[in-house]
Design a protein around this ligand. Structure first.
Ligand SMILES: [Zn+2]
Length: 253
């Protein structure tokens, strides 16, 4: 009953074997996947995947690094795509200041806020990508009173995790939790109440130990659940069950 809440099966790294991979997922005990969009093209592909596979749900939205040439016409298309019954969230959206030559922060902020507006208007949860934004993402979420959302691939401190929880949001962890230098992520995970936790792979990226460096896939989400169970001091089965229920509540399944 594993639920991978954040996968990118539309990514070109799955071009050679996408269908074969998705058909294998049940053998890994994965019963649900949300395919997360990162651009306009990927939003369309995400919906197509959700149409093709009954166990795949989709989000639509544009990642901060893809916001440079966005237009209001794109927002209209997102609004239209979001009406599809298998689209359950807006994302991934947010801020990413990691690379200095990436899209200018002002442009990123503009489209982050615009997509948060859209999610509020449609009453849909948001998938937040926040990397090195120095508190800007959290400030915007607070200001706009966003409570229906998840901060994905969480890499912040336990203190930041508590602030996100206070907003009413969820926090999800990737295979980063299994890395040898994961002390900070482990501390953050320990600080999150179990009913606010979700598991994800962010595949094809972020493969967990013992597959670090390989192409990731949803079948490896069990390593995240195992580590999380260990951190929380509960059984693996219990953790899988809790995160499955949390994800279904979050995505309205
Ligand atoms: Zn992602």
């Amino acid at each position: 009953m594993l639920f991978d809440t954040h996968a990118h099966f539309d990514d070109e790294r799955f071009d050679a074997d996408r269908d074969a991979m998705l058909e294998q997922m049940k053998d890994f005990g994965v019963t649900n996947i949300t395919n997360i969009a990162s651009s306009m093209a990927s939003s369309r592909r995400s919906v197509e995947l959700a149409e093709k596979y009954d166990f795949v749900y989709a989000s639509v939205g544009v990642h901060p690094s893809e916001t440079e040439n966005l237009t209001e016409t794109d927002m209209e298309e997102l609004r239209r795509l979001a009406q599809h019954p298998k689209v359950r969230a807006i994302g991934e959206i947010g801020l990413d200041y990691h690379y200095p030559d990436d899209v200018a922060p002002d442009i990123q902020k503009k489209w982050f806020i615009r997509q948060l507006d859209l999610a509020q208007e449609l009453n849909m949860p948001v998938i937040i990508h926040d990397r090195d934004s120095k508190g800007d993402s959290l400030e915007i979420l607070k200001k706009m009173k966003i409570s229906n959302g998840v901060v994905h691939c969480f890499s912040g401190s336990a203190e930041t995790a508590r602030e996100i929880i206070k907003l009413g949001m969820m926090i999800s962890f990737t295979g980063v939790l299994t890395f040898k230098n994961a002390r900070r992520a482990i501390e953050a995970c320990a600080a999150v109440p179990t009913d606010r936790l979700m598991i994800e792979t962010d595949c094809p990226y972020m493969a967990p130990e013992p597959h670090r460096g390989e192409r990731n896939h949803s079948g490896y989400v069990r390593y995240v659940a195992e580590k999380m169970a260990e951190i929380k001091g509960i059984s693996y089965e219990e953790m899988v069950d809790i995160t499955d229920r949390n994800a279904k509540r979050f995505f309205g399944i």
